[in-house]
Design a protein around this ligand. Structure first.
Ligand SMILES: Cc1cc2nc3c(=O)[nH]c(=O)nc-3n(C[C@H](O)[C@H](O)[C@H](O)COP(=O)(O)OP(=O)(O)OC[C@H]3O[C@@H](n4cnc5c(N)ncnc54)[C@H](O)[C@@H]3O)c2cc1C
Length: 403
């Protein structure tokens, strides 16, 4: 029973893997993140090592070449990677969501075709809902797919903010297949759109899909965010997620289910960045002296440290609870929303407090906290803004406590 497991407890396997990932973050990510961030360069060497460690297949079942671990272990890994640099977790997040969709909704043929290559990281996945005119309001999607009758659907429209939009070889894309459906979500389908990794103008069987230059961002650098332009792109009917019979016009609920695990993932990123901000503050506050003593000896600074540490712990517990519920097959929409809301706000809070503790040096690119300060706000937006999480939590609360 889920609730009986003490939250702090990790299985031996979880301990081993999180220690391994922490060491990887300490040795490979943290010493290099600043360089990649400042140059906005894709961290190819780090990603290659992640492939070797099997991190692209953490949750993919062993029969398809992955490690077959659960969401709880996955969020523990994401925390450690994000403590190093949230862009690294960005490289695997949409990939993880794509593999979740295949495992839960894909046909056996789709699983066999994609999961083994995804488990090694040879094939990477993106996840695409947002468009230039919408993010929160997913039902307003305008991109369409039309059955053109020869075993293909033709996709037309523009997608926005696609993380891994250039280097991925697969995009799980939600589009409108029945424009007249009421409500609109009953007329949406998830397609598995294949593309050539790293190519801006796709040709041949992937013609009609263009990837414009990557969007320039405040933070979350290194991992690309792009638009995707579909203009007469032909997608085989066999690439409707789950097959035409089971998957046509069922995409909205599939994607919303995937967002639940995506939210646990973003929550874990919030925990990781908050944890790192706390570590930096603990170190700096014991080194920096004012008025004859380390600033850590001023009560006002200790209170900041205390508040940060409390937020980190609470965020971690909420995140693990949401993941455990999902692993136990229970509904976790509200819990994932709470974890995402709290942990992303905790990330922002801890980063800002750590930034204040660094005084003027926090504003210098010589100090790591400067990067965290630019990275943290993304977590308030991606996988649903804080306002949207509150809407989800409020709605679920009323559903569960109807009088
Ligand atoms: C770096 C980055 C990477 C991303 N990666 C991906 C990706 O891989 N795939 C993908 O599909 N998307 C991705 N996104 C898009 C992201 O999911 C959206 O930006 C997000 O959902 C918010 O949508 P929006 O930007 O259109 O804001 P809007 O929906 O326009 O919202 C604007 C503001 O209004 C508020 N708001 C909206 N509706 C309500 C309401 N009903 N009540 C109260 N307030 C409301 C919002 O909270 C927000 O404050 C990414 C975004 C960024 C910045």
């Amino acid at each position: 029973m889920v609730a009986a497991v003490p939250f702090e407890e990790k299985t031996d396997e979880q301990k081993a893997i999180t220690e391994m990932v922490r060491q990887f973050a300490d040795e490979q990510i943290l010493p290099n993140a600043e360089r990649y961030d400042h140059a906005d360069e894709f961290p190819e060497a780090i990603v290659e090592q992640m492939k070797e460690l099997g991190l692209f297949g953490v949750t993919i079942p062993e029969e398809y070449g992955g490690m077959g671990l659960d969401l709880t272990t996955y969020v523990m890994i994401v925390e450690e990677l994000s403590r190093g640099w949230i862009s690294i977790s960005g490289v695997i997040n949409t990939h993880f969501i794509g593999s979740y969709l295949l495992m839960k909704y894909g046909t056996e043929e789709q699983r066999q075709r994609y999961l083994p290559k995804m488990a090694t990281g040879e094939l990477r996945a993106a996840f695409s809902l947002s468009e230039p005119e919408l993010g929160s309001d997913v039902q307003a999607i305008k991109t369409t797919a039309k059955d053109v009758g020869d075993g293909f659907f033709e996709i037309n429209g523009q997608k926005m903010w696609v993380t891994n939009g250039l280097r991925s070889g697969l995009v799980f894309v939600l589009v409108k297949t029945d424009p007249d459906a009421q409500p609109a979500h009953r007329g949406m389908t998830c397609f598995i759109a294949e593309k050539e990794p790293g190519v801006h103008e796709n040709t041949g069987e992937h013609a009609g899909l263009t990837v414009p230059p990557q969007i320039k961002k405040l933070g979350y650098k290194g991992v690309e965010s792009t638009e995707l332009v579909f203009d007469g792109y032909r997608c085989p009917a066999a690439n409707v997620l789950g097959g035409v019979e089971a998957g046509l016009n069922r995409g909205f609920s599939q994607m919303m289910d995937a967002l639940e695990v995506g939210r646990a993932n973003v929550a874990a990123r919030g925990v990781g960045i908050a944890q790192r901000a706390l570590e930096l503050a603990l170190r700096y506050s014991q080194e920096r002296r004012t008025f004859g003593k380390p600033i850590a000896q001023h009560q006002a600074i200790q209170f900041k440290l205390a508040d940060m540490a409390t937020q980190v712990e609470a965020a971690r517990l909420l995140t693990i609870r949401a993941a455990r519920l999902k692993d136990a097959g229970e509904r976790s929409d509200m819990e994932a929303g709470m974890a995402k809301l709290f942990a992303s706000e905790a990330g922002r809070f801890c980063v800002e407090e750590s930034f204040r503790i660094h005084g003027g040096y926090g504003y210098s690119k010589e100090y790591e906290i400067e990067r965290l300060y630019r990275d943290a706000p993304l977590l308030l937006i991606g996988e649903g803004t804080s306002e949207i999480q509150r809407m989800v939590i409020g709605k679920k609360l009323l559903e569960r406590h109807r009088i």
